[in-house]
Ligand binder design. Structure first.
Ligand code: DGT
Ligand code: CA
Ligand code: CA
Ligand code: ZN
Length: 573
C-alpha cells in the first residue's frame, strides 16, 4: 500500500466522522495524520516494519495501530463500521468536489439526498437552495462538480498516454527485432483527442510471427495484467493504469486495418457507406468488389484512393464534414509542428517558471524557433510571484542581455496579464503599451456566471493593448470545467478586433478545444499555438497544441506564430 493510499483512508475516516458530528479533536488528528502520511518522503510501510512509525510527528500509537491494521488487512475496521452506520450513500456525496461533510449532512437531513443521482435530480429541480448554507452560486458549483465527477472517468490525457504508447511500441520493436514490419498507434490516440479511453496499438507482422509477438507484448515489464489474448490480439492493463488493445495484422492488411482501428467509428461508417455505394464491401482487412475479388492495401492512402478520395488526415476523421471536403478537393492543408517559428506564451523564474530567461531562449533556439515571448504572470496572481510594473522594467534589461547572447534569435517581452473579476486588466494601459506581446488570461474566479465571464473576456478583447487571449475557458481536463461562456459572442468580437486566440498546448488545457478553434477560424480569427511552458522541458508540449489546431482544421496561415518575426511584429504593432 502506498503512502497516498494510506492517507486516503485516514482522510476518509475524518470525513465520515465529521459527517456524523463526532469528536472534533479526533477528526483533526486523523486529518493531520492523512496530510503527514501523504507528504512523507519515505515509505510508511517500511517504517512500520522497522517499528518506528510513532517517531513521526503527529502519529501516536493509536494511529500507528490503525496503519498496521491497514497494511495487514487492507481495511480500517473503524471506517467500515462508521460507514455502515451512515445512511447508505451519504458518504458518496463527498466525492463531489464541492461537497464536504457539512453539506453532505445538511443535504441528507433536509432533503434525504443519499446518492449522486438524487443530488443531480434535486439540483435540476431547483430544490437545493432549500438547504441551509446553499445559495445559487453553490448550486452552480455543485452541478459543475457532479459533471466533473462523471467525466473524471478513466480517460487519460493525450500528453500522458501518447508518449507511453509510443514507448510501448518501441519496446515491442526492441523485444522482437525484425518481426515488427509496421507499427502505429490507432484509435483516439492517432486522432489526437485531448483525452484517451483506451490505447489502441496496431502492428504488422508475418502471419507466423503473430502469436510470438503477442506473447512478447504480454511479457513486457509495463504490463500488469492480461484480459485475454488470442493469436492476433491482446488486451492488457499497464501498471500505470491504462488499458491497451493490441492488434497484429499481416502487412497486406495494413491499409484497411489502420483505417479501421483509427476510427472514428462515425468516420468509418461513412467510409463503408461510400464503399458500398460503389459496389464494394469493406472490413478491417480488405475490400471485396462486386465480382467477389479481394483487394488488399499496404497503405491507407491506397484504400482512400480506390474510393475516389484523397487520404484524410487522422486528426480530421470525426465525420465533421471531412468526407465532403475530401470529395470536393477542399481538405485544409493542416498546420504542422515544423511550421511554427516561435512560441508566444511561457514563464521564467521571474514568476513561477523554473528556468531563467536565457535558458528558455537557448532551449527554444535549439528547437529551431526564431523567437519566443516571455510572458510571466502579472501582479495580482500572488501565488505565482506575479510581476509588478517595476519588476517588468528590470526584467526588460535581462531580456536585452539574453538577446545579446543569443545571436540570431529574438526574445520578446510579454506578460500573461490577469483579467480581473471586474473585467479590468492587472496592468494599466501605459504598462501594457511597453510590452511586445500581451497575453490576457482568466485564472481566478471563473465560477462567475456566463454573463460575467463573457463580459470579462470581451473587455480584454476590446483593449487595444491585448494581443492574445490565453486559454480561453481556463478548463483543466479531468479536474475542472471551463468557464461558462458565450463563445460565439467572444469569437465574433475577437475577429472584429483582431485579437488572437490561443490554443494552449499544455496537455491539461488544450484550450481552445477543437470545436471552438474551428469556429474561431471560420469567423476569421487568428490562432496562436503556445506551450505555456514553465520549464525548458515544458516547451515540448507544443506538438499537442498542433494536434488540437489540426483538429480545428487550422492551416499554417491561421496560426500567428507560423509567421516570420518581422511579420509577427508588424501584426502585433
Ligand atoms: P476511446 O478509446 O474512447 O478514446 O475512443 P476510440 O476511438 O479509440 O475507440 P475504441 O478504442 O473503442 O475503438 C478504436 C477504433 O476501432 C475506433 O475509433 C473505430 C474502431 N471501431 C471500434 N468499434 C467499432 C465499430 O463498432 N464499428 C466501426 N466501424 N468501427 C469501430
Ligand atoms: Ca481507444
Ligand atoms: Ca480500443
Ligand atoms: Zn501561462
Amino acid at each position: 500500500m502506498t503512502n497516498q493510499q494510506i492517507a486516503t483512508h485516514f482522510a476518509r475516516l475524518a470525513d465520515v466522522m465529521e459527517l456524523r458530528g463526532d469528536n472534533l479533536f479526533k477528526i483533526r488528528a486523523y486529518r493531520r495524520a492523512a496530510q503527514t502520511i501523504d507528504g512523507y518522503p519515505r515509505s510508511i510501510a517500511a517504517l512500520r516494519d522497522a517499528g518506528s512509525l510513532t517517531e513521526i510527528d503527529g502519529i501516536g500509537s493509536a494511529i500507528a495501530d490503525k496503519i498496521g491494521e491497514l497494511l495487514d488487512t487492507g481495511r480500517l475496521s473503524l471506517l467500515d463500521r462508521l460507514e455502515a452506520e451512515l445512511p447508505a450513500g451519504v458518504a458518496t456525496l463527498m466525492q463531489v468536489p464541492e461537497i464536504g461533510p457539512k453539506s453532505a449532512r445538511a443535504l441528507y437531513d433536509t432533503l434525504g439526498i443519499d446518492s449522486i443521482e438524487a443530488l443531480a435530480a434535486a439540483a435540476e429541480a431547483g430544490r437545493l437552495e432549500a438547504v441551509k448554507g446553499i445559495g445559487p452560486r453553490t448550486v452552480q458549483r455543485i452541478v459543475a462538480g457532479i459533471e466533473a465527477l462523471q467525466r473524471r472517468s478513466d480517460r487519460s490525457l493525450l500528453g500522458v498516454a501518447l508518449p507511453r504508447a509510443e514507448a510501448l511500441l518501441a519496446a515491442l520493436q526492441a523485444a522482437a527485432p525484425n518481426t515488427v514490419l509496421h507499427s502505429s498507434v490507432a484509435g483516439s490516440l492517432r486522432r489526437c483527442l485531448p483525452t484517451i479511453g483506451d490505447m489502441d496499438l496496431l502492428v504488422a507482422a508475418a502471419p507466423e510471427d503473430g502469436a510470438t509477438l503477442i506473447a512478447t507484448f504480454n511479457a513486457l515489464p509495463w504490463v500488469a495484467q492480461s484480459f485475454g489474448s488470442g493469436e492476433r490480439k491482446s488486451r492488457v492493463q499497464l501498471h500505470s493504469g491504462e488499458e491497451v488493445d493490441l492488434r497484429v495484422v499481416e502487412p497486406r492488411h495494413w491499409g484497411c486495418a489502420l483505417a479501421y482501428f483509427t476510427g472514428s467509428k462515425e468516420h468509418n461508417i461513412r467510409i463503408r457507406e461510400i464503399a458500398q455505394r460503389q459496389g464494394y464491401s469493406l472490413n478491417e482487412y480488405r475490400l471485396v468488389d462486386s465480382a467477389q475479388q479481394e483487394h488488399y492495401f499496404e497503405r491507407e492512402a491506397e484504400l482512400y484512393d480506390v474510393l475516389g478520395l484523397p487520404w484524410i488526415p487522422p486528426t480530421l476523421r470525426e465525420d465533421q464534414g471531412e468526407i465532403a471536403a475530401a470529395r470536393a478537393g477542399e481538405l485544409p492543408e493542416l498546420v504542422q509542428l515544423s511550421d511554427l517559428r516561435g512560441d508566444l506564451h511561457m514563464h521564467s523564474r521571474w514568476s513561477d517558471g523554473k528556468a531563467t530567461i536565457l535558458e528558455m531562449g537557448q532551449a527554444a533556439k535549439a528547437r529551431g524557433y526564431e523567437y519566443i515571448a516571455i510572458t510571466d504572470h502579472s501582479q495580482s496572481l500572488g501565488m505565482t510571484g506575479g510581476l509588478t510594473p517595476d519588476q517588468l522594467i528590470a526584467q526588460r534589461y535581462e531580456i536585452i542581455n539574453a538577446n545579446a547572447k543569443l545571436g540570431d534569435f529574438r526574445i520578446l517581452q510579454g506578460a500573461e496579464v490577469e483579467i480581473k473579476a471586474d473585467g479590468t486588466l492587472d496592468y494599466p494601459d501605459e504598462v501594457l503599451a511597453q510590452l511586445d506581446v500581451v497575453v490576457a488570461s482568466m485564472h481566478s474566479g471563473i465560477r462567475g456566471g456566463r454573463e460575467e465571464n463573457t463580459r470579462r473576456l470581451l473587455n480584454a478583447i476590446r483593449n487595444p493593448h491585448v494581443h492574445i487571449i490565453g486559454h480561453m475557458t481556463n478548463r483543466l481536463l479531468g479536474e475542472r470545467e471551463g468557464a461558462d461562456l458565450d463563445v460565439t459572442e467572444i469569437l465574433r468580437s475577437a475577429a472584429e478586433h483582431g485579437t488572437i486566440l490561443e490554443i494552449n498546448a499544455h496537455p491539461k488545457r488544450l484550450d481552445l478545444d477543437a470545436s471552438h478553434g474551428r469556429e474561431a477560424i471560420e469567423m476569421g480569427c487568428l490562432l496562436s499555438i503556445d506551450s505555456d511552458a514553465h520549464s525548458t522541458e515544458g516547451l515540448e508540449v507544443m506538438r499537442y497544441g498542433v494536434m488540437q489546431a489540426q483538429r480545428a482544421w487550422a492551416e499554417a496561415e491561421d496560426v500567428i506564430n507560423s509567421r516570420p518575426l518581422e511579420e509577427l511584429l508588424g501584426y502585433l504593432s
